[in-house]
Design a protein around this ligand. Structure first.
Ligand SMILES: *[C@@H]1O[C@H](CO)[C@@H](O)[C@H](O)[C@H]1NC(C)=O
Ligand SMILES: *[C@@H]1O[C@H](CO)[C@@H](O)[C@H](O)[C@H]1NC(C)=O
Ligand SMILES: *[C@@H]1O[C@H](CO)[C@@H](O)[C@H](O)[C@H]1NC(C)=O
Length: 411
Protein backbone atom coordinates (compact mmCIF):
# COMPACT_ATOMS: atom_id res chain seq x y z
CA UNK A 1 0.00 0.00 0.00
CA UNK A 2 2.66 2.46 1.11
CA UNK A 3 4.94 1.44 -1.72
CA UNK A 4 2.10 1.93 -4.15
CA UNK A 5 1.35 5.43 -3.04
CA UNK A 6 5.01 6.34 -3.17
CA UNK A 7 5.21 5.07 -6.73
CA UNK A 8 2.06 6.91 -7.63
CA UNK A 9 3.39 10.18 -6.23
CA UNK A 10 6.66 9.60 -8.02
CA UNK A 11 4.81 9.12 -11.30
CA UNK A 12 2.86 12.31 -10.77
CA UNK A 13 6.04 14.15 -9.94
CA UNK A 14 7.80 12.97 -13.08
CA UNK A 15 4.91 13.98 -15.30
CA UNK A 16 4.76 17.36 -13.67
CA UNK A 17 8.48 17.94 -14.03
CA UNK A 18 8.35 16.96 -17.71
CA UNK A 19 5.59 19.29 -18.63
CA UNK A 20 6.76 22.20 -16.51
CA UNK A 21 10.46 22.33 -17.13
CA UNK A 22 10.86 21.00 -20.66
CA UNK A 23 7.71 22.16 -22.32
CA UNK A 24 6.89 25.66 -21.24
CA UNK A 25 4.37 27.58 -23.30
CA UNK A 26 5.66 28.59 -26.70
CA UNK A 27 8.52 26.09 -26.70
CA UNK A 28 7.14 23.99 -29.55
CA UNK A 29 6.55 26.99 -31.81
CA UNK A 30 10.21 28.01 -31.56
CA UNK A 31 11.48 24.42 -31.67
CA UNK A 32 9.54 23.55 -34.83
CA UNK A 33 10.77 26.65 -36.64
CA UNK A 34 14.33 25.45 -36.14
CA UNK A 35 13.65 21.72 -36.49
CA UNK A 36 10.79 21.23 -38.94
CA UNK A 37 8.57 18.21 -38.39
CA UNK A 38 8.57 15.28 -40.78
CA UNK A 39 5.26 14.77 -42.58
CA UNK A 40 3.09 12.32 -40.66
CA UNK A 41 2.13 9.10 -42.45
CA UNK A 42 -0.85 9.69 -44.79
CA UNK A 43 -2.67 6.76 -43.18
CA UNK A 44 -4.30 9.03 -40.59
CA UNK A 45 -5.75 11.42 -43.17
CA UNK A 46 -9.47 11.67 -42.70
CA UNK A 47 -10.01 11.22 -46.42
CA UNK A 48 -7.77 8.15 -46.75
CA UNK A 49 -10.37 5.56 -47.60
CA UNK A 50 -8.01 2.62 -47.91
CA UNK A 51 -5.74 3.05 -44.90
CA UNK A 52 -6.13 4.01 -41.25
CA UNK A 53 -3.98 4.98 -38.31
CA UNK A 54 -4.07 6.53 -34.87
CA UNK A 55 -2.70 9.89 -33.78
CA UNK A 56 -0.24 9.52 -30.92
CA UNK A 57 2.16 11.84 -29.08
CA UNK A 58 5.19 12.02 -31.33
CA UNK A 59 8.49 10.51 -30.19
CA UNK A 60 10.17 13.91 -30.51
CA UNK A 61 11.14 16.53 -27.98
CA UNK A 62 8.06 17.65 -26.05
CA UNK A 63 5.86 15.77 -28.52
CA UNK A 64 5.95 18.92 -30.64
CA UNK A 65 5.25 17.23 -33.97
CA UNK A 66 2.19 15.30 -35.06
CA UNK A 67 2.67 11.56 -35.23
CA UNK A 68 0.57 9.00 -37.06
CA UNK A 69 0.91 5.31 -36.25
CA UNK A 70 -0.32 3.41 -39.32
CA UNK A 71 -2.66 0.51 -38.66
CA UNK A 72 -2.07 -2.12 -41.30
CA UNK A 73 -4.82 -3.88 -43.14
CA UNK A 74 -5.25 -7.62 -43.37
CA UNK A 75 -2.52 -9.11 -45.57
CA UNK A 76 -0.12 -6.20 -45.17
CA UNK A 77 3.51 -7.00 -44.23
CA UNK A 78 4.30 -6.47 -40.56
CA UNK A 79 7.09 -6.95 -38.06
CA UNK A 80 7.04 -8.96 -34.88
CA UNK A 81 10.17 -7.22 -33.63
CA UNK A 82 13.51 -8.70 -32.64
CA UNK A 83 16.94 -8.58 -34.30
CA UNK A 84 17.10 -9.21 -38.02
CA UNK A 85 13.34 -9.22 -38.49
CA UNK A 86 13.17 -5.95 -40.35
CA UNK A 87 11.16 -3.01 -39.13
CA UNK A 88 7.84 -1.55 -39.99
CA UNK A 89 6.52 1.68 -38.55
CA UNK A 90 2.93 0.72 -37.86
CA UNK A 91 1.16 -2.25 -36.46
CA UNK A 92 -1.66 -4.53 -37.46
CA UNK A 93 -5.09 -2.92 -37.18
CA UNK A 94 -8.08 -3.79 -35.02
CA UNK A 95 -8.71 -7.48 -34.63
CA UNK A 96 -5.51 -8.31 -36.54
CA UNK A 97 -2.18 -9.72 -35.41
CA UNK A 98 1.19 -10.25 -37.06
CA UNK A 99 1.56 -13.88 -38.11
CA UNK A 100 4.94 -15.13 -36.87
CA UNK A 101 5.75 -17.21 -39.95
CA UNK A 102 4.28 -15.30 -42.88
CA UNK A 103 4.88 -11.84 -41.31
CA UNK A 104 1.65 -10.43 -42.61
CA UNK A 105 -1.33 -9.12 -40.68
CA UNK A 106 -3.90 -11.85 -40.14
CA UNK A 107 -7.17 -12.00 -38.25
CA UNK A 108 -6.67 -12.91 -34.58
CA UNK A 109 -7.85 -16.37 -33.63
CA UNK A 110 -10.41 -15.74 -30.88
CA UNK A 111 -13.71 -17.16 -29.74
CA UNK A 112 -15.51 -14.05 -30.93
CA UNK A 113 -13.92 -14.17 -34.38
CA UNK A 114 -14.78 -17.86 -34.61
CA UNK A 115 -18.36 -16.99 -33.75
CA UNK A 116 -18.37 -14.31 -36.46
CA UNK A 117 -16.89 -16.70 -39.01
CA UNK A 118 -19.51 -19.28 -38.16
CA UNK A 119 -22.23 -16.67 -38.58
CA UNK A 120 -20.79 -15.43 -41.88
CA UNK A 121 -20.50 -18.95 -43.27
CA UNK A 122 -24.12 -19.65 -42.44
CA UNK A 123 -25.14 -16.25 -43.79
CA UNK A 124 -23.47 -17.12 -47.10
CA UNK A 125 -25.63 -20.25 -47.25
CA UNK A 126 -28.71 -18.23 -46.19
CA UNK A 127 -28.88 -20.22 -42.98
CA UNK A 128 -29.12 -17.51 -40.36
CA UNK A 129 -32.30 -16.95 -38.46
CA UNK A 130 -34.15 -13.66 -38.78
CA UNK A 131 -33.81 -12.95 -35.07
CA UNK A 132 -30.12 -13.81 -34.99
CA UNK A 133 -27.47 -11.11 -34.80
CA UNK A 134 -23.88 -11.26 -35.97
CA UNK A 135 -21.55 -11.41 -32.94
CA UNK A 136 -19.63 -8.17 -32.46
CA UNK A 137 -15.99 -8.21 -31.39
CA UNK A 138 -13.74 -5.48 -30.01
CA UNK A 139 -10.28 -4.44 -31.23
CA UNK A 140 -8.66 -7.32 -29.34
CA UNK A 141 -11.02 -9.85 -30.84
CA UNK A 142 -13.01 -10.25 -27.63
CA UNK A 143 -16.77 -10.09 -27.36
CA UNK A 144 -18.26 -6.63 -26.86
CA UNK A 145 -19.55 -5.81 -23.39
CA UNK A 146 -23.16 -6.46 -24.29
CA UNK A 147 -25.31 -8.35 -26.71
CA UNK A 148 -28.88 -7.56 -27.77
CA UNK A 149 -31.73 -9.88 -28.65
CA UNK A 150 -33.92 -8.15 -31.25
CA UNK A 151 -37.09 -6.68 -29.73
CA UNK A 152 -36.28 -8.27 -26.35
CA UNK A 153 -33.46 -7.23 -24.06
CA UNK A 154 -29.74 -6.47 -24.07
CA UNK A 155 -27.51 -8.07 -21.50
CA UNK A 156 -23.90 -7.89 -20.39
CA UNK A 157 -21.39 -10.51 -21.45
CA UNK A 158 -17.80 -11.31 -20.54
CA UNK A 159 -14.92 -11.09 -22.99
CA UNK A 160 -15.50 -14.77 -23.69
CA UNK A 161 -19.14 -14.20 -24.54
CA UNK A 162 -20.46 -15.67 -21.31
CA UNK A 163 -23.65 -13.98 -20.14
CA UNK A 164 -23.12 -12.02 -16.93
CA UNK A 165 -25.16 -9.78 -14.65
CA UNK A 166 -26.89 -6.72 -16.16
CA UNK A 167 -29.92 -6.47 -18.45
CA UNK A 168 -32.05 -3.69 -19.95
CA UNK A 169 -34.88 -3.51 -22.48
CA UNK A 170 -33.61 -3.37 -26.07
CA UNK A 171 -34.73 0.05 -27.23
CA UNK A 172 -32.65 -0.08 -30.40
CA UNK A 173 -29.91 2.27 -29.23
CA UNK A 174 -28.58 0.74 -26.05
CA UNK A 175 -25.25 1.72 -24.57
CA UNK A 176 -24.13 -0.80 -21.97
CA UNK A 177 -20.47 -0.55 -20.99
CA UNK A 178 -21.08 -3.16 -18.24
CA UNK A 179 -17.79 -2.15 -16.61
CA UNK A 180 -19.05 -2.97 -13.12
CA UNK A 181 -20.46 -6.38 -13.88
CA UNK A 182 -17.43 -7.30 -15.99
CA UNK A 183 -15.12 -6.31 -13.15
CA UNK A 184 -17.24 -8.20 -10.65
CA UNK A 185 -17.16 -11.26 -12.88
CA UNK A 186 -13.39 -11.04 -13.30
CA UNK A 187 -12.82 -10.70 -9.57
CA UNK A 188 -15.11 -13.64 -8.82
CA UNK A 189 -13.26 -15.77 -11.37
CA UNK A 190 -9.80 -14.67 -10.29
CA UNK A 191 -10.13 -15.04 -6.55
CA UNK A 192 -9.21 -18.48 -5.37
CA UNK A 193 -12.12 -20.53 -4.13
CA UNK A 194 -10.10 -21.26 -1.00
CA UNK A 195 -10.58 -17.70 0.25
CA UNK A 196 -12.46 -18.25 3.51
CA UNK A 197 -15.10 -15.57 2.99
CA UNK A 198 -16.91 -14.44 -0.14
CA UNK A 199 -15.37 -11.17 -1.16
CA UNK A 200 -17.88 -8.38 -1.31
CA UNK A 201 -16.50 -6.21 -4.09
CA UNK A 202 -18.24 -3.62 -6.22
CA UNK A 203 -21.93 -2.89 -6.12
CA UNK A 204 -23.49 -2.74 -9.55
CA UNK A 205 -26.89 -1.61 -10.75
CA UNK A 206 -29.25 -3.76 -12.78
CA UNK A 207 -27.83 -2.44 -16.08
CA UNK A 208 -24.30 -3.58 -15.18
CA UNK A 209 -23.08 -0.07 -14.31
CA UNK A 210 -21.58 0.97 -10.99
CA UNK A 211 -23.82 1.92 -8.12
CA UNK A 212 -22.75 5.54 -7.46
CA UNK A 213 -22.31 4.67 -3.76
CA UNK A 214 -19.49 2.25 -3.02
CA UNK A 215 -18.56 1.18 0.50
CA UNK A 216 -15.45 -0.36 1.91
CA UNK A 217 -16.21 -1.74 5.34
CA UNK A 218 -18.32 1.09 6.78
CA UNK A 219 -16.79 3.94 4.79
CA UNK A 220 -18.68 4.99 1.67
CA UNK A 221 -17.76 7.28 -1.21
CA UNK A 222 -19.08 8.30 -4.63
CA UNK A 223 -17.99 6.89 -7.98
CA UNK A 224 -18.77 7.51 -11.63
CA UNK A 225 -21.52 5.11 -12.72
CA UNK A 226 -19.80 4.15 -15.96
CA UNK A 227 -16.12 4.06 -15.04
CA UNK A 228 -16.29 3.37 -11.30
CA UNK A 229 -13.68 6.08 -10.71
CA UNK A 230 -14.05 7.95 -7.43
CA UNK A 231 -15.72 11.33 -7.75
CA UNK A 232 -15.60 14.13 -5.22
CA UNK A 233 -13.99 13.97 -1.81
CA UNK A 234 -17.04 13.16 0.31
CA UNK A 235 -16.70 10.13 2.55
CA UNK A 236 -19.44 8.93 4.85
CA UNK A 237 -18.42 6.85 7.82
CA UNK A 238 -21.51 4.87 8.73
CA UNK A 239 -20.42 4.86 12.37
CA UNK A 240 -21.04 8.59 12.41
CA UNK A 241 -23.29 9.61 9.51
CA UNK A 242 -26.23 8.29 7.54
CA UNK A 243 -25.72 7.24 3.92
CA UNK A 244 -28.22 9.87 2.77
CA UNK A 245 -25.57 12.49 3.56
CA UNK A 246 -23.56 11.30 0.58
CA UNK A 247 -24.36 13.62 -2.39
CA UNK A 248 -24.50 10.74 -4.87
CA UNK A 249 -26.94 8.66 -2.83
CA UNK A 250 -30.05 7.76 -4.85
CA UNK A 251 -32.96 6.33 -2.91
CA UNK A 252 -34.10 4.49 -6.05
CA UNK A 253 -30.89 2.50 -6.20
CA UNK A 254 -31.07 1.58 -2.52
CA UNK A 255 -32.96 -1.66 -3.09
CA UNK A 256 -33.61 -2.37 0.56
CA UNK A 257 -33.90 1.12 1.95
CA UNK A 258 -34.93 0.80 5.59
CA UNK A 259 -37.73 3.04 6.83
CA UNK A 260 -35.51 4.25 9.68
CA UNK A 261 -32.56 5.02 7.40
CA UNK A 262 -31.70 8.23 9.24
CA UNK A 263 -31.46 6.56 12.66
CA UNK A 264 -28.46 5.06 14.33
CA UNK A 265 -26.89 2.56 13.84
CA UNK A 266 -26.61 3.70 10.21
CA UNK A 267 -26.69 1.00 7.57
CA UNK A 268 -26.25 0.71 3.83
CA UNK A 269 -26.68 -2.95 3.18
CA UNK A 270 -28.82 -5.71 1.71
CA UNK A 271 -30.13 -8.94 3.25
CA UNK A 272 -27.54 -10.89 1.24
CA UNK A 273 -24.60 -8.81 2.46
CA UNK A 274 -26.02 -9.17 5.97
CA UNK A 275 -26.07 -12.94 5.81
CA UNK A 276 -22.52 -13.02 4.44
CA UNK A 277 -21.44 -10.82 7.34
CA UNK A 278 -23.34 -12.95 9.84
CA UNK A 279 -21.66 -16.13 8.70
CA UNK A 280 -18.31 -14.43 8.54
CA UNK A 281 -18.65 -13.53 12.18
CA UNK A 282 -19.87 -17.01 13.02
CA UNK A 283 -16.84 -18.58 11.37
CA UNK A 284 -14.54 -16.08 13.09
CA UNK A 285 -16.05 -16.93 16.46
CA UNK A 286 -15.90 -20.69 15.83
CA UNK A 287 -12.24 -20.45 14.94
CA UNK A 288 -11.59 -18.46 18.07
CA UNK A 289 -13.38 -21.18 20.05
CA UNK A 290 -11.06 -23.75 18.52
CA UNK A 291 -13.32 -25.33 15.91
CA UNK A 292 -12.10 -26.12 12.46
CA UNK A 293 -14.83 -24.74 10.22
CA UNK A 294 -15.34 -26.07 6.75
CA UNK A 295 -15.58 -22.86 4.74
CA UNK A 296 -16.76 -24.43 1.55
CA UNK A 297 -19.89 -26.09 2.79
CA UNK A 298 -20.59 -22.99 4.81
CA UNK A 299 -20.37 -20.41 2.08
CA UNK A 300 -21.19 -21.93 -1.27
CA UNK A 301 -24.86 -21.32 -0.56
CA UNK A 302 -24.47 -17.55 -0.32
CA UNK A 303 -23.05 -15.68 -3.22
CA UNK A 304 -24.64 -12.29 -3.59
CA UNK A 305 -25.31 -11.01 -7.09
CA UNK A 306 -23.40 -7.84 -8.07
CA UNK A 307 -26.40 -5.76 -6.96
CA UNK A 308 -26.26 -7.28 -3.47
CA UNK A 309 -29.33 -9.47 -3.89
CA UNK A 310 -29.51 -13.21 -3.32
CA UNK A 311 -30.71 -13.92 -6.84
CA UNK A 312 -33.85 -13.88 -8.90
CA UNK A 313 -35.51 -16.99 -7.50
CA UNK A 314 -36.98 -17.37 -4.05
CA UNK A 315 -38.09 -20.49 -2.20
CA UNK A 316 -41.41 -19.96 -0.45
CA UNK A 317 -42.28 -21.27 2.98
CA UNK A 318 -44.08 -24.19 1.33
CA UNK A 319 -41.01 -25.12 -0.71
CA UNK A 320 -42.21 -23.67 -4.02
CA UNK A 321 -39.70 -21.66 -6.05
CA UNK A 322 -40.90 -18.37 -7.56
CA UNK A 323 -39.35 -15.59 -9.65
CA UNK A 324 -38.58 -12.27 -7.99
CA UNK A 325 -37.16 -8.93 -9.07
CA UNK A 326 -34.24 -7.12 -7.44
CA UNK A 327 -36.51 -5.81 -4.67
CA UNK A 328 -37.69 -9.32 -3.83
CA UNK A 329 -41.14 -8.61 -5.32
CA UNK A 330 -42.65 -11.61 -7.05
CA UNK A 331 -42.79 -11.48 -10.88
CA UNK A 332 -45.86 -12.99 -12.51
CA UNK A 333 -47.24 -16.39 -11.51
CA UNK A 334 -44.13 -18.37 -12.36
CA UNK A 335 -43.41 -21.19 -9.95
CA UNK A 336 -42.01 -24.69 -9.67
CA UNK A 337 -42.62 -27.37 -7.07
CA UNK A 338 -39.77 -29.03 -5.28
CA UNK A 339 -38.45 -32.37 -6.63
CA UNK A 340 -39.35 -31.54 -10.22
CA UNK A 341 -37.00 -30.89 -13.16
CA UNK A 342 -38.70 -27.51 -13.57
CA UNK A 343 -37.56 -26.62 -10.06
CA UNK A 344 -33.95 -27.63 -10.62
CA UNK A 345 -33.67 -25.85 -13.97
CA UNK A 346 -35.55 -22.71 -12.95
CA UNK A 347 -33.59 -19.56 -13.94
CA UNK A 348 -36.43 -17.02 -14.40
CA UNK A 349 -34.55 -15.45 -17.34
CA UNK A 350 -37.70 -15.20 -19.47
CA UNK A 351 -39.76 -13.87 -16.58
CA UNK A 352 -37.20 -11.12 -15.96
CA UNK A 353 -36.81 -10.20 -19.65
CA UNK A 354 -40.59 -10.05 -19.97
CA UNK A 355 -40.90 -7.82 -16.94
CA UNK A 356 -38.47 -5.33 -18.52
CA UNK A 357 -40.50 -5.09 -21.74
CA UNK A 358 -43.50 -2.90 -22.19
CA UNK A 359 -44.25 -4.02 -25.74
CA UNK A 360 -46.99 -6.47 -26.57
CA UNK A 361 -44.56 -8.87 -28.22
CA UNK A 362 -43.16 -10.50 -25.14
CA UNK A 363 -41.31 -13.80 -25.28
CA UNK A 364 -43.17 -16.97 -24.31
CA UNK A 365 -42.09 -18.24 -20.93
CA UNK A 366 -42.47 -21.65 -19.32
CA UNK A 367 -44.42 -21.95 -16.09
CA UNK A 368 -41.12 -21.81 -14.20
CA UNK A 369 -40.10 -18.52 -15.84
CA UNK A 370 -37.52 -20.00 -18.23
CA UNK A 371 -37.58 -19.29 -21.96
CA UNK A 372 -39.82 -21.69 -23.81
CA UNK A 373 -37.43 -23.52 -26.18
CA UNK A 374 -39.75 -22.76 -29.10
CA UNK A 375 -40.62 -19.12 -29.73
CA UNK A 376 -43.02 -18.02 -32.44
CA UNK A 377 -43.39 -14.70 -34.17
CA UNK A 378 -45.49 -13.65 -37.07
CA UNK A 379 -46.29 -17.08 -38.39
CA UNK A 380 -42.97 -18.84 -37.96
CA UNK A 381 -41.25 -20.53 -35.05
CA UNK A 382 -37.66 -21.15 -34.04
CA UNK A 383 -35.57 -22.64 -31.24
CA UNK A 384 -33.92 -20.41 -28.63
CA UNK A 385 -31.18 -20.95 -26.08
CA UNK A 386 -31.68 -20.39 -22.35
CA UNK A 387 -31.12 -16.65 -22.88
CA UNK A 388 -33.85 -16.41 -25.51
CA UNK A 389 -31.51 -16.11 -28.50
CA UNK A 390 -32.56 -17.72 -31.76
CA UNK A 391 -30.64 -20.85 -32.73
CA UNK A 392 -30.99 -22.13 -36.27
CA UNK A 393 -33.64 -21.29 -38.83
CA UNK A 394 -37.26 -20.35 -38.33
CA UNK A 395 -39.98 -22.43 -39.93
CA UNK A 396 -43.74 -22.64 -40.18
CA UNK A 397 -43.49 -26.38 -39.55
CA UNK A 398 -42.95 -26.70 -35.81
CA UNK A 399 -42.51 -30.49 -35.95
CA UNK A 400 -39.31 -30.06 -37.93
CA UNK A 401 -37.55 -27.97 -35.29
CA UNK A 402 -34.68 -29.76 -33.52
CA UNK A 403 -35.98 -28.54 -30.13
CA UNK A 404 -39.51 -29.79 -30.82
CA UNK A 405 -41.21 -31.98 -28.21
CA UNK A 406 -44.82 -33.17 -28.10
CA UNK A 407 -45.47 -31.01 -25.11
CA UNK A 408 -43.66 -27.92 -26.41
CA UNK A 409 -46.57 -25.60 -25.70
CA UNK A 410 -46.75 -26.47 -22.02
CA UNK A 411 -43.36 -26.38 -20.45
C1 LIG B 1 -3.44 6.46 -47.70
O1 LIG B 1 -2.34 5.87 -47.00
C2 LIG B 1 -1.46 5.04 -47.77
C3 LIG B 1 -0.43 4.39 -46.86
O2 LIG B 1 0.43 5.30 -46.32
C4 LIG B 1 -0.84 5.88 -48.88
O3 LIG B 1 0.00 5.07 -49.66
C5 LIG B 1 -1.96 6.49 -49.70
O4 LIG B 1 -1.39 7.34 -50.69
C6 LIG B 1 -2.93 7.28 -48.87
N1 LIG B 1 -4.05 7.71 -49.67
C7 LIG B 1 -4.50 8.95 -49.68
C8 LIG B 1 -5.67 9.25 -50.57
O5 LIG B 1 -3.98 9.83 -48.99
C1 LIG C 1 -34.51 0.00 12.04
O1 LIG C 1 -35.44 -0.98 11.63
C2 LIG C 1 -34.95 -2.33 11.61
C3 LIG C 1 -36.02 -3.22 11.02
O2 LIG C 1 -37.28 -2.82 11.40
C4 LIG C 1 -34.53 -2.74 13.02
O3 LIG C 1 -34.01 -4.05 12.98
C5 LIG C 1 -33.48 -1.76 13.50
O4 LIG C 1 -33.14 -2.07 14.84
C6 LIG C 1 -34.01 -0.33 13.43
N1 LIG C 1 -32.96 0.57 13.81
C7 LIG C 1 -33.17 1.58 14.61
C8 LIG C 1 -32.01 2.40 14.90
O5 LIG C 1 -34.28 1.81 15.07
C1 LIG D 1 -47.04 -22.43 -2.33
O1 LIG D 1 -47.13 -21.01 -2.31
C2 LIG D 1 -47.42 -20.42 -3.56
C3 LIG D 1 -47.44 -18.91 -3.41
O2 LIG D 1 -46.77 -18.48 -2.31
C4 LIG D 1 -48.74 -20.90 -4.08
O3 LIG D 1 -48.97 -20.32 -5.33
C5 LIG D 1 -48.70 -22.40 -4.22
O4 LIG D 1 -49.96 -22.87 -4.61
C6 LIG D 1 -48.32 -23.05 -2.89
N1 LIG D 1 -48.11 -24.46 -3.13
C7 LIG D 1 -48.60 -25.39 -2.31
C8 LIG D 1 -48.31 -26.80 -2.68
O5 LIG D 1 -49.25 -25.11 -1.33
Amino acid sequence: MAVNSVLFCLALFIVKVNSDILCENGFCGRHIRQNPCADPAPDCDLNNGTHSGVWLPSPTICNCCKFCLPMYNKGAPCSIGGPGTGITVGRCGEGLTCDSTTRVCVRMKTKCHDAQDDYDARQARSQTGYMEVRPECDAKGNFLSNVCVPSQTCFCQSEDGERIFGEVANTGSVSMPCTCSRLFHKIRKTISTSVPFPVVSYRCTSDGNFNPVQCFDRKCHCVDKITGIKTGTDVVDLDEQGITDLPCYEADLDLFRPRNISQRPFQYTTPCYDSVEERRQLIGQSKKDGYNVDYFSTFTSINCLPDGTFGRTLINANGTKVCINERSVRIGNYEAKINTPQYDEMDCKCAISSSLLSSSERPHCCSNGNFRPIQCRRGSCYCVDSDGRQEGMQTADINSLPCYTDNWRNC
